[in-house]
Design a protein around this ligand. Structure first.
Ligand SMILES: C[S@@+](CC[C@H](N)C(=O)[O-])C[C@H]1O[C@@H](n2cnc3c(N)ncnc32)[C@H](O)[C@@H]1O
Length: 364
């Protein structure tokens, strides 16, 4: 086998999941070409699969030392650091990976999870359903139905998407309307579809362009009440490439984040949290007012003011402009409880510590 054929075979074995064979070929290759970056890089990937993260980190660093500028090596380094819970270092390695190649597999996934560790936006939405038990739920942008399926009986759920592609089993009464959201709100009555007067919980996750997200918010707020909570996906930009209005990369969050910045300025009466949850933040908005017409009346001025804005990327700017808060359910829910007049959900940590001391008491 030629020297390069050896590495191609090792990479093919790894891709086919034949890890022992890939490792054997790497070791054999490193005997012939000591210090070859492919050998270290593939062995790092194998160590990550085997969850031997300190070893994966060491090997990834050897690979980078032997050949800087290979995005995949930085991905392996980031994956090992992430598993070792060294999130800042993992984010730095993932950042190097996507700067070299924005399309490198797992690059943006690792970057977003390392920058915003903890429960994902879907976990947070599941928690909202469990806590609020909404009787009515509307979701703009359904895709495969993974978040729509979080609605539980007796909730009536309405999903709006011009191209729904449902794969998730639905537990409650759910109406899917195959329309763009603007067309939906122009032609149909959400109250009729929800079989009630107001929407209890909403999730805006359709077209990720600022103007559209702003219109979606305005339309949804018309059906809000004092207790309503509106969630908005993709509120925390990761970088200029993935947070731009035009899609130029596979991982793309668009400029939905501008909605949060605009609401902060034009609607100081709202309570807004941008939860730092992976992959790209979740806006949690309450204190809604269906009679407030400020956004609709100044739509043109708001678009003109915010459309050209560059994404805030430092923690300070994100906190100031996007009201970013930690990914901490107890704190998020306590604030929503204050904003909606609800009782906060029980604090799981406190419940567990009470159970623990009760058990310890019994044992003693
Ligand atoms: C990111 S996906 C939604 C994912 C889903 N909410 C989840 O978390 O599993 C975005 C969806 O928005 C839909 N979409 C695009 N333009 C839309 C529009 N104008 N109105 C409503 N939905 C739209 C797309 O068809 C796509 O299915």
């Amino acid at each position: 086998m030629t020297k390069s054929a050896q590495w191609i075979s090792a990479a093919a074995s790894f891709a086919a999941g034949q890890l022992d064979e890939a490792e054997r070929l790497c070791r054999e290759g490193l005997e012939v070409q000591p210090g070859h970056p492919m050998g270290f890089g593939l062995l790092a990937a194998i160590a990550n699969v085997h969850q031997d993260f300190p070893r994966a980190l060491y090997l990834a660093e050897q690979a980078i030392g032997a050949a800087d500028g290979v995005a995949l090596f930085y991905v392996e380094k980031a994956a090992a650091l992430f598993a070792l819970e060294q999130y800042a270092k993992a984010a730095a390695a993932a950042r190097q990976a996507v700067d070299i190649d924005p399309e490198v597999p797992r690059g943006y996934f690792l970057l977003s999870h390392a920058k915003m560790p903890g429960e994902s936006y879907r976990d947070i939405i599941r928690r909202f359903h469990a806590w609020l038990a909404p009787r009515s739920y509307v979701e703009i942008g359904v895709a495969q139905g993974k978040t729509l399926a979080l609605a539980q009986p007796p909730c009536v759920a309405v999903g709006i998407d011009p191209r729904p592609n449902l794969h998730s089993p639905l537990d409650t009464t759910t109406k899917i309307v195959s329309l763009e959201s603007d067309v939906y709100f122009a032609k149909r009555d959400l109250r009729t579809d929800l079989e009630t007067d107001c929407v209890d919980l909403a999730f805006i996750d359709g077209l990720h362009e600022f103007r559209q997200v702003l219109r979606d918010f305005i339309n949804v707020e018309h059906f809000a009440a004092k207790h309503t909570v509106v969630l908005v996906h993709d509120c925390i930009p990761l970088d200029a490439l993935t947070a731009s209005p035009e899609r130029r990369s596979k991982f793309w969050t668009g400029d939905a984040w501008k909605l949060i910045a605009a609401l902060g300025k034009w609607r100081p009466d709202l309570d807004i949290q941008s939860v730092a949850t992976p992959p790209s933040g979740l806006g949690v908005i309450c204190r809604l007012d269906p009679d407030n017409r400020v956004l609709g009346e100044h739509y043109g001025a708001i678009v003109a003011e915010f459309l050209g804005l560059a994404p805030p990327l430092t923690p300070h700017d994100q906190h100031e402009q996007l009201s970013v808060v930690d990914n901490d359910w107890t704190k998020i829910a306590a604030r929503v409880a204050r904003g909606t007049g609800r009782k906060a959900p029980c604090d799981e940590k406190k419940v567990w510590s009470k159970i623990k001391s009760a058990i310890t008491g019994l044992a003693g």
